[in-house]
Design a protein around this ligand. Structure first.
Ligand SMILES: C[S@@+](CC[C@H](N)C(=O)[O-])C[C@H]1O[C@@H](n2cnc3c(N)ncnc32)[C@H](O)[C@@H]1O
Length: 271
């Protein structure tokens, strides 16, 4: 089979499952070439191993497996991160958190719930003087985040902890994108998310606020006097989270993402 025939075959298969926009990512991963190279050399005969892998990818995709898990890779803030089904696939919205975090002053950073490590590692690479610690309750997540730190030569300290449990105070910046889906809404998630992404990274308890409540309650003990608590939130959680912050005498602002949804809360002690 030549490249041209393969492109046609892949397009038809992806169209049948409504994922035609994914052909570029699949082709570039399979051939380890830019798509423009393939278009320019569409008469080349395709290697049997690539054909075999292509069929595996199509089958996995038909079952609903996310591309990021099929290729063990997702790009975040311009860098590739290793991912597998034990960590949340880094989201575009979370890149927005990075942009906000980078505007804040501070020398030390703590992330609660690192997943793939994409946020902590990006913070370290974008601001090398920052001292970066990150925790997760999942051993597998710590392992994946460690691999990513190594891959990007990022000097960060990742360790296992149930939120603040093993953390030593104190930090200038504390960040979390915790699980925040209400338990009763877990069933309504897209199949791709529900069947493949770790529920430990998604389920935020009965009202979706379990983690925010615990994080906010303990933040005064772990945040320096002029430090910032930065939280990624669900689009409809702003008011409830502001009420929790008010109870610890913190004040904050909420920033909307590019889609116009409330996304990031930045909070400090009330003066
Ligand atoms: C929504 S994911 C965010 C991952 C990563 N920060 C990102 O944005 O891609 C939440 C993470 O919190 C972790 N987590 C869940 N419960 C936790 C707990 N009690 N203590 C620490 N981490 C926890 C999960 O394992 C998961 O990696």
């Amino acid at each position: 089979m030549d490249v041209k025939t393969l492109l046609h075959h892949l397009r038809k298969e992806l169209e049948s499952i409504g994922h035609e926009h994914e052909s570029r990512e699949i082709l570039e991963n399979l051939f380890k070439r830019d798509i423009s190279y393939l278009y320019a050399h569409d008469d080349l005969v395709v290697d049997q191993n690539i054909l075999k892998r292509l069929e595996e990818v199509i089958e996995a995709r038909k079952l609903g497996q996310p591309l990021a898990y099929i290729f063990n890779k997702r790009s975040f803030y311009g860098r590739d991160f290793f991912v597998n089904s034990s960590v949340l696939i880094p989201r575009l919205e979370t890149e927005f958190s990075i942009q906000e975090l980078l505007k804040l002053p501070g020398n030390s950073f703590l992330e609660l719930g690192i997943g793939s490590g994409c946020v902590s590692i990006t913070m370290k690479l974008e601001r090398p003087s920052l001292s970066v610690d990150g925790v997760d309750i999942s051993d597998q997540a710590i392992q994946v985040a460690g691999l990513n730190a190594k891959k990007h030569l990022a000097q960060v300290h990742f360790f296992k902890s149930n939120l603040f449990e093993k953390v030593t105070p104190s930090y200038d910046l504390i960040y979390s994108n915790p699980p925040y889906i209400k338990t009763k809404d877990m069933d309504d998630l897209e199949d791709e998310v529900k069947k493949y992404e770790p529920h430990l990274a998604l389920n935020g308890g009965e009202d979706g606020l379990d983690f925010y409540k615990k994080i906010i309650k303990n933040t005064p003990d772990y945040l320096n006097k002029t430090g910032y608590l930065v939280l990624e939130i669900g689009y409809n959680q702003k008011e409830e989270i502001f009420a929790l912050l008010d109870a610890i005498h913190f004040t904050g602002k909420c920033i909307q993402d590019y889609g116009g949804h409330d996304r990031v809360i930045i909070a400090t002690r009330r003066k």
